[in-house]
Design a binder for this molecule. Structure first.
Ligand SMILES: *Cc1c(COP(=O)(O)O)cnc(C)c1O
Length: 405
């Protein structure tokens, strides 16, 4: 077993060797510009791009023409939200999203608010889920777009996308979903799920970084966007810029592998997750599960270890790569906005750790990591008077800390 053990699969994933092999020729002999129409270098690049487009479309039940390549999900989110807001401003200036979105969605919404749009932020329930009823209650005559995350990147909770998509279609409102964590891990079908726009990213599904795409529905309804990048008119005018051919080839291959191996991989990551969870829970008390046990991304587990600071725990398990809160915000020591939106108290949010179980995780790594966590939590709790009190059955929340003053 090689150290450190990687358990941060929701932050990024290693490139699958089969993906890298598919990409390499496009850095070497097949270096053409996919927009060059006058010679075989260009034709071969274009052919490779079209093959990848079909592989990606097949994974999500789309048609290849509905795929617009971007540099990743962040760019695809910006294009979807800003592009739709600008295109449909005459119809209305109201959007609906949730408090548990990725920052790429929340910050784009903030930008739109500065530009005069109104955004309703729906709060998820204690498990991180938003309901169809909540979205229905937030809809207004001037609502143009609903934007909801499919699988939450911190707690792995799955939203009822099909129900909400169906509602949006009934009401004639466009529906965007951030599918970055969901695509490739759970079945996604933009037709059956009533999705109009969806983003996905290579590096979350064993493909390369810096490549992703936006699915843009072409019929019933035909979604129109204002491009956010001006230039040569690539990607049917929706996203200019010379295509990243090796990246696109890698993304296509990554999607193909996900489609072929989804069933077995889901089974495997669930088994590894249970193995880890059972081992940890059999040795430690006061461990809380954050998320939804029924509607849960297979390779994700978010746990709070009471009486232990997440940051101290991470330092205590230095050979296990995990993150506390969101990787994007953990530079600041703010408790995760996702856990907060779910109503998890700041104490528990501060003691939360996200574990990821992916394609290259082994049972040996899981056992070793679990033992590291158990030992570190016990060590840290041994220094905690609060933990001692809790063990004696004292309800910490009811203690009057002012007594004696
Ligand atoms: C990683 C992630 C993003 C950002 O994707 P990039 O391709 O890195 O820009 C957006 N949403 C979710 C849910 C993610 O997990």
């Amino acid at each position: 077993m090689k150290l450190p053990v990687y358990m941060d699969y929701q932050a990024t994933t290693p490139v699958d060797p089969r993906v890298l092999d598919a990409m390499l020729p496009f850095f070497r002999e097949e270096f053409g510009n996919a927009a060059s129409r006058s010679h075989p270098f260009g034709w071969k690049a274009e052919e490779a791009v079209e093959k990848a487009r079909a592989q990606i479309a097949a994974l999500i039940g789309a048609s290849p023409k509905e795929i617009v390549f971007t540099s990743g999900s962040t760019e695809a989110i910006n294009l979807a939200l800003k592009g739709v807001a600008e295109m449909y401003a005459e119809r209305g200036k109201h959007l609906i999203t949730s408090e548990a979105e990725h920052k790429a969605v929340l910050d784009t919404c903030k930008r739109l608010e500065k530009l005069g749009y109104e955004v309703t932020y729906v709060a998820p329930d204690r498990t991180g889920r938003v309901s169809r009823e909540q979205v229905a209650g937030a809809l207004r005559p001037d609502t143009i777009l609903v934007a909801l995350i499919w699988a939450n990147n911190e707690v792995g909770t799955l939203n009822p996308i099909r129900e909400i998509g169906e509602l949006c279609h009934q009401k004639g409102v466009l529906f965007f979903t951030d599918g970055t964590q969901a695509v490739g891990k759970i079945p996604v079908d933009v037709e059956a799920d009533h999705v109009d726009l969806l983003c996905l990213s290579g590096h979350k599904i064993y493909g390369p970084k810096g490549i992703g795409c936006l699915y843009v529905r072409r019929k019933s309804p035909r979604v129109r966007l204002v491009a956010q990048m001006d230039g040569g008119g690539h990607e049917r005018g929706m996203r200019s810029g010379t295509l990243n051919v090796p990246g696109i080839v890698g993304l296509g291959k990554a999607c193909e592998i996900c489609q072929q191996e989804m069933a077995s991989e889901t089974r495997r990551s669930k088994e590894l997750r249970s193995r880890f969870k059972e081992r940890v829970l059999s040795e430690l008390d006061f461990v809380a599960f954050n998320g939804n046990k029924e509607h849960h991304l297979p390779g994700n587990l978010n746990l709070s270890f009471s009486f232990v600071e997440g940051e101290s725990l991470i330092m205590g398990i230095s050979d296990v790569a995990v993150s506390s809160g969101s990787a994007c915000t953990s530079a600041s020591l703010e408790p995760s906005h996702v856990l907060r939106s779910m109503g998890v108290g700041d104490d528990l949010a501060h003691s939360s750790i996200r574990f990821g179980f992916g394609r290259f995780t082994t049972p040996e790594e899981v056992d070793w990591a679990a033992d590291q966590v158990i030992a570190a939590v016990k060590r840290l709790r041994a220094m905690s008077p609060l933990y001692e009190m809790a063990q004696e059955g004292i309800d910490i929340a009811s203690v009057n800390w002012q007594a004696g003053h």
